[in-house]
Each structure stands twice: as C-alpha cells, then as structure tokens.
Design a protein around this ligand. Structure first.
Ligand SMILES: [Zn+2]
Length: 107
C-alpha cells in the first residue's frame, strides 16, 4: 500500500509511506515490537523516542513523533503544517527569503 502526501522538503507530491513487507503479531496485551530495521530507518532510539498513532480506514499508521521544528530543532513556538512542526522563527526567515526572492525577480 502506498500513501501520497506533500513533501515539504522538495515541494512535490510523493510517496512518503510504503509497505515494508514486515508482518508482526500482537501479543496477549496487544503489544508489538517495532522491527529493528524500521527503528534504524526512522532513527528511533529505544526509551527516548515516541511514535504517534493514526488511523485511516482499516489501517493503523505509526509516525515518529517530532515535537520540535524540523529545521532548527527548537520546540518553542511551533505550528504544524502538513503534519510537520515549524517554529515561527524559521517561518519568519522563510517568509523573508521568499519576499526577497520575489522582489529580486519582480514578482
Ligand atoms: Zn525552527
């Protein structure tokens, strides 16, 4: 199963999730172990990382929880856009960059 979403890094619609082919069973308490390959891929550090649960139709989606700005790692004064956190400081810098580019190109 593929999921499409807006990729903020390259401003393209793209595949952000794909099947890993890994199947795990739940234990009696409903727990699963995240496969090591996925933990390494997402840089999930045992005992220090968090994941968020989402549901979509018959799917459960786990997403690495990143409470801080995706650009500067600040957790202060963030807003969420397309599922990612951006601090207002970085947003201001991006806005200033966009404004100067528009002025330079006359748009
Ligand atoms: Zn930031």
């Amino acid at each position: 199963m593929l999921f499409f979403d807006w990729n903020i890094h390259n401003n393209l619609w793209g595949v952000i999730m794909k099947s890993t082919g890994i199947v795990r069973g739940l234990d009696k308490m409903g727990r699963i172990v995240l496969p090591m390959e996925i933990r390494k891929l997402l840089h999930l550090i045992d005992d220090k990382s968090y994941v968020e649960f989402y549901t979509e139709a018959d799917s459960v989606i786990l997403k690495k929880y990143v409470p801080a700005c995706i650009f500067c790692d600040s957790a202060d004064d963030t807003i969420e856009y397309c599922g990612m956190k951006i601090c207002k400081n970085c947003l201001s810098k991006m806005n200033a960059m966009l404004t100067s580019q528009e002025e330079a190109t006359g748009k």
